[in-house]
Design a protein around this ligand. Structure first.
Ligand code: HEM
Length: 124
């Protein structure tokens, strides 16, 4: 059975999406200060490996980080509706970068929009 991961081009496609996403985060005055580490590289790697695993690629993420527990891992950060919208804007740029088919794009976009909504933990 072909996984979605393989279907869209495997590791290289995910790497490009996440690289573009992090370029956006690096330049975002609201999001950048939320990332605890000076170097965004390790955070980029964690997110990349998570997405690779989620879509059927290698399970390196859980092998090294354990169960994702994403909502819990975001609890230390004030994820407001505004932060979520910015986050999604950068992810949209990442998806645009790789030019998936409309069906593939919709599938990925549906997932991240729902996941991002789920991560919101601060309302003001
Ligand atoms: C809604 C807006 C979001 C904001 C503002 C946000 C922000 C952050 C921040 C500040 C970190 C810590 C960086 C690090 O040291 O790893 C992080 C980690 C992470 N985020 Fe998000 N995030 C958002 C949504 C999402 C979504 C939708 C996903 C998944 C689809 C996701 C997946 C991850 C993963 C996998 C990690 C690393 C977890 C770990 O292993 O420690 N995030 N996020």
């Amino acid at each position: 059975m072909t996984t979605y991961y393989e279907e869209i081009g495997g590791f290289e496609t995910f790497r490009r999406i996440v690289a573009r996403f992090y370029e956006g985060v690096a330049d975002d005055p609201m999001l950048r200060p939320m990332y605890p580490e000076e170097d965004l590289g390790p955070a980029e790697e964690r997110f990349l490996l998570f997405l690779v695993q989620y879509w059927g690629g290698p399970t390196t993420y859980s092998d090294t980080r354990g169960h994702p527990r994403l909502r819990m891992r975001h609890a230390p950060f004030a994820v407001t509706p505004d932060a979520k919208d910015r986050w999604l804007t950068h992810f949209r740029a990442g998806l645009d970068e790789v030019g998936l088919t409309p069906e593939q794009d919709q599938q990925f976009w549906d997932y991240v929009t729902h996941a991002a909504q789920f991560m919101v933990n601060t309302f003001e």
